[in-house]
Design a binder for this molecule. Sequence first.
Ligand code: AMP
Length: 378
Amino acid sequence: MSTERLPILPGATLGILGGGQLGRMFTIAARTMGYRVMVLDPDPASPAGQMADVHLQAPYTDDAALRKLGEACAAVTTEFENVPAASLVALAQTCRVSPGADAVAVVQDRSHEKSWLAQHGFATAPFALVYSEGDLDAALAETGTPALLKVARFGYDGKGQVRVSTREEARAAFRAFDGQPCVLEGFVALDCEVSVVLARDDTGACALFPVAENRHVDGILDVSIVPARVPDALIGRAQTTAQAVADALGYVGVMAVEFFVAGGALLVNEIAPRPHNSGHYTLDACVTDQFEQQVRALCGLPLGDTRLLSPVVMVNILGDRWRDGGPRWGTLLAHPAIKLHLYGKERARPGRKMGHFNVLDADPVAALDLAERMRGAL
Ligand code: AMP
């Protein structure tokens, strides 16, 4: 009999590639459940490294560090999509790895991701792949204008994307990206944006978290509202589509699917092969949060109950707020139903995610109202 599916139980050591805030919250969840955690991240001040039993301070491609991780850990996961696929393949020789290198390889490059979505029949914004300046005219004809030129790799939180309205702007943007492979995407008039975080285990069973309604500012998530204020039919379609994406990827672990809602239709924007910022509300508002779920999926335990216990609004805290003397924590913490999460980052920079807070209230309108007031008052 294969030992592959025997659950990994508390006391074992789990590993994570990447030590940012997502790795930190995974580490906290795993240690709460009694696992030991080893974090691989080159940054000596890594937010997850601060919480781990062991912080291996080395590059993600360092052979010796990967060997150490693979030998010490019963299973290894990741917190970001840009992890080198070869590192996952190397680790998979000695321990359980989820998500797998194949799924990560599809989603870590926008051009692969968009092509994969189209091939599998998932609706997206109109797009075209751009490998050279010569591709731009045909691409603009495909998408129309305005459009967004996005670098295929290593873009996140609105970085590596520029809005273009003319062929001259498109050329200038492509040159500014040093001619890297890009995706040109038609600009969609959005009704709103929603996302689904889910977990899928190695038998194909899925547990879906409630759909979040997301507001972005400058391409960065600002606020998530749960339950999403969209028709029930759309909630159902978002969940069915997200699960179909996970099935088609053969995905094992926690992942998120972000959607545009436009003219009542759902378009897949992005897939994240990891817990997601728009799932941070689960930390305080669900029976199981997305990081415990990541531990469960990784360890081959039954997936946890994803029930929503209270309406909730999540607000991101960016580094911009450290101007003018820093955030007024006292004002925030004066409210008993606000839950603050800070990531232990030493340096605040504009646009850098420093933490978030969740506002819980049985009345969703009151939760949003308090969240908006605290967002302004911080
Ligand atoms: P991304 O990093 O591609 O997910 O983009 C970040 C945010 O920018 C999205 O969540 C949207 O708010 C906005 N955005 C990106 N692409 C488009 C598009 N094609 N049309 C309209 N808004 C977009």
